[in-house]
Design a protein around this ligand. Structure first.
Ligand code: IMP
Ligand code: ZN
Length: 341
């Protein structure tokens, strides 16, 4: 029987590349807006269902990043909204059949409300802990902290401090994200070296656009000895070989890459077609399910449809990320049991 969407939904899935704020659905943003409007009658923000039209998914590098800085962060600028949206994102992923997730988020201070980056991280970790402690939940959730390419070297060190401080509370890794057209990533070398020396796993957005796929940038990123890489689009054979030799996990996002026109062509042209034939851990991921409106089940369904995968092949693919998770043996064994059943 060919793969259908029902099969893709029932399949246990592992999500390793999901930006927390980018995973908030428009409906959830709308509810936050409604709640705020009742408490703040002179709220100046537009309804999310107008600001981010429900059918619109064609956000590209120019329009995607401002969506956060000029809208979503303004809407979710308080701890109540951050807790509410985090809970909702957890429910959305679990309902979609995700059994393990490493969300990532950029620590954000909101001075107007006296919220520090520490408060932000602590608030999210509390929601994840509550979720993980509830025995009726089938998904377990962890957190990666992101350094944004617009951060200064000192801000990057602050993210490392938070990651190390909250390691025992659910932070499992460090990421480099943000607009790939911006910044000089070499300024973060010391921050990533410190994380790596402390044994904190690292994942990096890698060659998302041609400008961030220069030999110089990719050599620097690989010199940090990353455990996983996200996107991996504009890479020459030489870098592909180095990634294979080092057996680095790759986090691939089909819909995001197609809608944002990060790749040339469409689903069938995606470099997933190359990486699936290698031995490295491959993880299909959503990136920003709230923006691109494609849950992880849909990503698996698209892979099956465009690359002719059978039900057994899709199940095998869903297990491939187990080797690349950042938590360790206990979760690895749990996931193996989930797939055995
Ligand atoms: P947050 O870190 O939880 O606030 O999630 C949203 C942020 O993730 C955005 O402001 C971006 O900096 C980052 N982000 C989301 N998607 C991408 C991507 O595809 N490439 C690089 N950065 C991204
Ligand atoms: Zn990403």
């Amino acid at each position: 029987m060919p793969v259908d969407i029902d099969y893709a939904e029932r399949l246990p899935k592992i999500e390793l590349h999901a930006h927390l704020t980018g995973s908030i659905s428009r409906q959830c943003l709308h509810e936050i807006w409604e709640m705020r409007r009742q408490r703040e009658p002179d709220l100046k923000l537009e309804d999310p269902l107008v600001a981010i039209p429900p059918e619109k998914v064609d956000y590209d590098v120019q329009t995607f990043f401002p969506l956060f800085s000029s809208y979503i962060y303004k809407l979710c600028d308080n701890l109540v909204s951050i807790e509410f949206s985090t809970r909702r994102v957890l429910v959305d992923f679990q309902t979609d059949g995700v059994v393990y997730v490493e969300f990532r988020t950029t620590p954000r201070a909101i001075p107007a409300r006296n919220i520090t980056k520490d408060d932000y991280v602590k608030t999210i970790l509390n929601v994840l802990r509550e979720h993980n402690e509830n025995g009726s939940n089938t998904m377990r959730a962890f957190l990666i902290l992101s350094i944004d390419r617009r951060n200064t070297a000192a801000e990057a060190q602050e993210v490392v401090n938070l990651a190390l401080k909250y390691r025992s509370a659910g932070v499992v890794g460090l990421d480099l994200c943000g607009n790939p057209a911006k910044g000089d990533i070499s300024i973060y070398t010391d921050a990533f070296a410190r994380a790596k020396a402390a044994g904190l796993p690292i994942t990096l957005h890698f060659a998302e656009i041609a400008e961030s796929g220069t030999d110089e940038e990719l050599n620097t990123l690989l010199s940090w000895r990353p455990d996983r890489l996200g996107h991996v689009i504009h890479v020459k054979d030489e870098f592909r070989e180095r990634i294979e030799e080092a057996n680095i996990g790759v986090e691939l996002c089909l819909s995001c890459n197609v809608h944002a026109k990060l790749i040339t062509g469409t689903y069938a042209d995606h470099h997933f077609g190359f990486w699936r034939t290698t031995g490295v851990p491959v993880a299909l991921c959503t990136d920003d399910a709230g923006v691109f409106c494609s849950p992880l089940s849909q990503e698996y369904y698209l892979a099956a449809t465009h690359f002719g995968l059978s039900r057994d092949e899709l199940k095998e693919l869903a297990q491939r990320p187990i080797r690349a998770i950042f938590t360790g043996a206990e979760e690895r064994s749990r996931l193996e049991r989930v797939f055995d059943n």
